[in-house]
Design a protein around this ligand. Structure first.
Ligand code: SF4
Length: 1023
């Protein structure tokens, strides 16, 4: 899509009027002239900022085949034409002298790159993939007495990326699984992997519940991350809420620009959020400020639990079923009491001592304001003030929004920290309602999409689990064990069979269980994550590595170990725009290149402005960007690389007879590569993700529904008989007709549609606020006029309102529980349709407990004051000897927390962009004045920060923003260090020591996300 001349003029006018509105000297004529000179007669293409997941819509101006300017798109309802410094500098991702445009090859042991032709590189890469696959492939294993096909290759790891497009991640997921790869990840593992099980277990889907635009209608907003600096453009909605009178409470270890805009700043010690949220839940219950009617109708609070379930209040820190030898829980007592129909018994008075509500109350009874003060370092009076304000934003007329990012994720209690926040929102009735919700602020542009599309070891596109050899040897076993008896996931067989049809087409038949055997089977749950496969590389079990758009040399925990791990590989492919630290790992400063035999292939990639595809922002909105210019030299889209690898590997296997090669040979892989660079047709990929009929299909009345090959309009039309193929069911509807790409829609918000339904496509089914059935009371009426969103129209017999209903559109509020069909188990009041009982879940089975319980970070300045169990008893500790030593407070007395900045992003791109790199003087650590004085250093001094894993040299930035905490009566200092720097970068200020070298190899037990927000360190001044 390109814009008309009229559109172009309109945008030019908008830019000029923005200048007027900004105040001060009226420069508008000058600016307008400059703008019109620069973009005069340029063609504008729709773009999306490739940095963070706010997903600012851009216009890319092109003249004579060159990008001349990139600006924010003023029509975008969620960003309204704004861009932050990163978005404003995306121009330099395309036009940049450091951009690598030719293929580079580093032979084993060589001391320099060599330029090689693209064709030679691709042929060699395909050979390496085949060689390592053949050498490490496991076709079957014995499970008990049975020989189970597992079709698994553990010798190659593939790191996709949350800066790659949805379609590219889909292609990686498909090809990697086709090859049998199980070591499959993207950067979401390291930033937001805890989000998915936490939100999923509580609400039903692992995604942000609301929409950024809606934040303006909150009465109270509680950011628990540095929202203003890390997701700058979206912060406008917080400020709009403030203008309307909302209170802002910022909960963060550091005082930041977010704190500066807040009414209250709540300093909290890193890693103690469960105590804070638990304290708020306790306060809401004891002060009766929770939303009683919402809780009774829409949550599992009334359901009765097995009396044999014991919680940490009774077992001093543990839940019943703990096995210390295996460091895991037997969950047999974590269950409900069932009635004759197999449904949980309930007590709607909430008085039964075994109802979830009373168990929750007892569990959090220990989380008193005094305990919050002693553990979190938040003074009791401050806590009580905040509790009163926050918990008062509940009930029919009020709502509060809470947001979070990595402070909650990156912890050995990551899932439970987020769960606790979700439960707070649930008890206050803040989900599914305007001005409510949980805002999961994703970092990279496409963290949401890369997660949705399954470039993660544990799940397939659309969130079905990746099968495990023991419990899932056959399709029947798999579907039986992964399909619940109620809730919308009863449709799982339709999603899975349609996915298998999309991948293996005609070779997936009813007779062979739709080629289920072809899907690689995991050995166990505790394997293949980012941290797992780095250890595998270190131990030389993983031989080859494909790394696209990510920089694990810098962004991995225990990054020094990670870099050695990569040097231990036989071969590595890096696809990127610049020579990243990962690409240059063999010549890292201080390392003799000859000491590493890793063979490295560098393939130049293309940024979003140079390719077609969609990116899903943090609020589940897919936006399509259009290729504005040709990538230079050998550079091409990541999709072209993936499709080319697939075609070449298939060619290498073409005469192969063994059964183990059928998954590769039968993989449907025709994306019509075009032109000299073999760019695939991305709309074809999108159509496959959307789903299509594999045969003529009729409806229940025998009327024609689809002709063979037609795209599906809704996931409600998916079948489990092989007549539909669908790459990702949650995206069905994004491409409902041939040539109609709803991700490309760019319609301004219309009067009365503040959520902007005409812009992009939001999964599922363009619903902007999910669980919105809960915005109406059980009878279907809005809880209040002020907070109405959707409601039941009794005359029309359907749900109507300001959003697409996240509910069966014609299920009446008094409908009994469905006995069958797609909404099996759901009644007219079950607002959380994805959960088995249709209810928001306070009680949910997570591997480390059904209720979030506080455990100290593995490196902590204090004993756990809640129980005798110091750390999460089932957390992952990687066994790599001295490389993973942990620090104690006697030797490492300071709390260290890590974070990021507005002007830099993640570990790679921004350090190659001059406009951004010149904005910081270099790497630094923030330290409070009192601590600096005690240690005898001044602002700007060079200091060493040390953990048992590594030491780094940085400049001291002595600032009042960093305060000490009083923990259990003792003062403890903290240090804050951003983590962007590495040895590659455009200028001296862009290069520096690697913060993640300091981080240990630890993981949350559900997702194996690392603990990089709460460490212990020592600090000293350089001599
Ligand atoms: S980095 Fe984020 S906030 Fe900044 S312009 Fe890009 S998408 Fe918008």
């Amino acid at each position: 899509m390109s814009l008309s001349r009229r559109d172009f003029l309109r945008y030019g006018m908008a830019a000029a009027s923005t200048a007027v509105a900004s105040g001060g000297i009226d420069l508008s004529p000058v600016e307008a002239a400059a703008t019109s000179l620069r973009i005069k007669e340029a063609k504008a293409f729709p773009g999306v900022c490739p940095y963070c997941a706010v997903g600012c819509a851009q216009l890319i101006y092109v003249k004579d085949g060159k990008i001349v300017d990139i600006e924010g798109d003023p029509d975008a309802p969620h960003t309204e034409g704004a861009l932050c410094p990163k978005g404003s500098s995306t121009y330099q991702l395309s036009l940049n002298e450091r951009r690598i445009t030719r293929c580079l090859y580093r032979a084993p042991g060589a001391t320099a790159w060599e330029e090689k032709p693209l064709d030679w590189m691709m042929a060699e890469i395909a050979q390496r993939v085949k060689k390592s696959r053949d050498a490490t492939f496991v076709e079957t294993v014995k499970v008990g007495a049975n020989e189970v096909p597992v079709n698994r290759c553990e010798g190659i790891a593939w790191l996709g990326s949350s800066v790659l497009d949805n379609e590219e991640n889909y292609l990686i997921a498909k090809l990697a699984r086709g090859l049998g790869l199980v070591n499959l990840e993207n950067s979401a593992r390291l930033c937001h992997s805890a989000t998915v099980p936490a939100l999923g277990a509580t609400f039903g889907r692992g995604a942000m519940t609301t929409n950024l635009i809606d934040v303006q209608y909150a009465d109270v907003i509680m950011p628990t991350s540095n929202w203003a600096e890390c997701h700058p453009v979206s912060y406008k909605w917080v400020m709009k809420a403030k203008e309307r009178g909302a209170k802002i409470i910022h909960v963060d270890p550091r005082f930041t620009r977010t704190s500066a805009t807040a009414d209250i700043w709540v300093p909290i010690r890193s890693g103690t959020n469960i105590v804070f949220f638990g304290g708020l839940i306790r306060y809401a219950i004891e002060s009766k400020k929770y939303f009683h009617d919402y809780v009774v109708a829409y949550t599992n609070a009334p359901l009765l639990l097995d009396p044999n379930l014991k919680t940490p209040a009774e077992l001093d820190g543990l839940f019943s079923g703990f096995d210390p030898a295996r460091r895991s829980y037997d969950q047999s007592t974590w269950k409900f009491q069932l009635d004759a129909d197999g449904y949980p018994r309930k007590d709607t008075t909430l008085r039964d001592p075994n109802c979830v509500f009373q168990r929750l109350r007892r569990h959090y009874s220990r989380y008193t304001p005094e305990m919050v003060e002693r553990v979190c370092g938040i003074p009791k009076e401050l806590f009580l003030k905040v509790a009163d304000i926050y918990c008062s934003a509940s009930g029919p007329d009020k709502t509060a929004t809470a947001s979070y990012a990595l402070q909650l994720n990156q912890s050995t209690n990551g899932v439970q920290q987020i769960r606790a926040l979700c439960m707070l929102q649930l008890i206050l009735g803040n989900i599914g309602r305007p001005g409510g919700g949980v805002v999961a602020l994703r970092g990279h542009s496409n963290v949401q999409g890369a997660t949705d599309f399954g470039t993660l070891y544990h799940m397939l596109p659309g969130y079905p689990a990746a099968p495990i050899q023991g419990p899932h040897p056959t399709l029947t076993d798999y579907l039986e064990k992964t399909t619940p008896k109620g809730g919308y996931w009863v449709n799982n067989p339709k999603f899975v069979v349609s996915l298998l049809k999309a991948w293996w087409g005609p070779a997936a038949t009813k007779e062979n269980d739709y080629a289920y055997d072809y899907l690689p089977k995991r050995e166990k749950a505790d394997a293949y994550s980012h941290q797992h496969f780095l250890v595998g590389m270190y131990e030389k079990k993983v031989k080859g590595f494909i790394c696209m758009g990510q920089n694990p040399a810098v962004d991995s925990p225990n990054a020094k170990m990670a870099r050695q791990a990569m040097r231990n590989l036989e071969w590595m492919v890096v696809v990127d725009l610049f020579e990243t630290d990962t690409a240059a790992v063999w010549k890292e400063p201080g390392v003799d290149p000859k000491s590493s035999q890793v063979e490295v292939f560098f393939i130049p990639g293309a940024p979003a402005a140079e390719k077609d595809g969609s990116i899903t922002n943090t609020m589940r909105m897919a936006q399509w960007h259009v290729k504005a210019v040709e990538p230079p030299g050998d550079a091409r889209s990541d999709a072209a690389f993936i499709v080319d690898v697939g075609n070449r590997v298939k060619e290498l296997y073409k005469d192969s007879k063994p059964k183990k090669d059928r998954p590769v040979l039968d993989l449907v892989w025709d994306y019509q590569p075009q032109g000299p660079k073999k760019e695939p047709n991305m709309e074809l990929v999108l159509k496959e993700c959307n789903g299509y009929a594999t045969d003529d299909i009729v409806d229940k009345d025998d009327k024609p529904l689809y002709k063979k090959g037609e795209p599906l309009k809704t996931f409600g039309h998916l079948r489990d008989d092989g007549s539909t193929a669908c790459g990702n069911w949650i995206y069905t509807g994004i491409y409902p007709e041939e040539g109609k790409n709803l991700a490309l829609r760019r319609e301004k918000s219309k009067e009365g549609d503040y959520l902007g339904h005409g812009w992009g496509f939001v999964w599922p089914a363009n619903r902007r606020i999910i669980y919105n059935r809960a915005s109406a009371d059980p009878s279907g009426k809005p809880w209040s006029e002020k907070k109405k969103l959707i409601w039941w129209d009794a005359e029309a017999k359907k749900w109507v309102g300001n959003d697409v209903p996240d509910f069966s559109p014609t299920m009446a509020p008094d409908a009994p529980r469905a006995k069958d069909g797609p909404f099996k188990g759901i009644s007219g009041t079950d607002a959380f349709i994805m959960n088995p009982h249709g209810l928001g879940q306070f009680f949910a089975s997570i591997v480390d407990g059904p209720f979030p319980e506080h455990y100290e970070p593995f490196e902590s300045p204090t004993k756990n004051l809640l129980s005798k169990v110091q750390n999460n008893p089932v957390a992952k500790v990687y066994n790599i000897g001295d490389l993973n030593k942990l620090g104690t407070p006697d030797k490492y007395p300071y709390i260290l927390t890590t974070y990021r900045l507005t002007e830099h992003h993640a570990a790679g791109m921004s350090r190659h962009v001059p406009w951004l790199s010149e904005l910081f003087f270099g790497h630094f650590a923030e330290i409070g004045p009192e601590m600096a004085k005690e240690l005898g250093f001044q602002n700007g001094d060079m200091i060493t920060v040390e953990t048992p894993r590594a030491k780094i040299r940085v400049r001291a930035l002595v600032t009042e923003r960093i305060k000490p905490f009083v923990i259990n009566g003792k003062k403890v200092y903290q240090v804050g260090i951003p983590w962007h720097w590495g040895y590659q970068g455009v200028m001296k200020s862009a290069r520096g020591d690697i913060t993640n070298d300091l981080v240990a190899s630890l993981g949350d037990p559900t997702t194996f996300i690392q603990e990089s927000k709460a460490l212990l360190c020592n600090v000293r001044k350089e001599a």
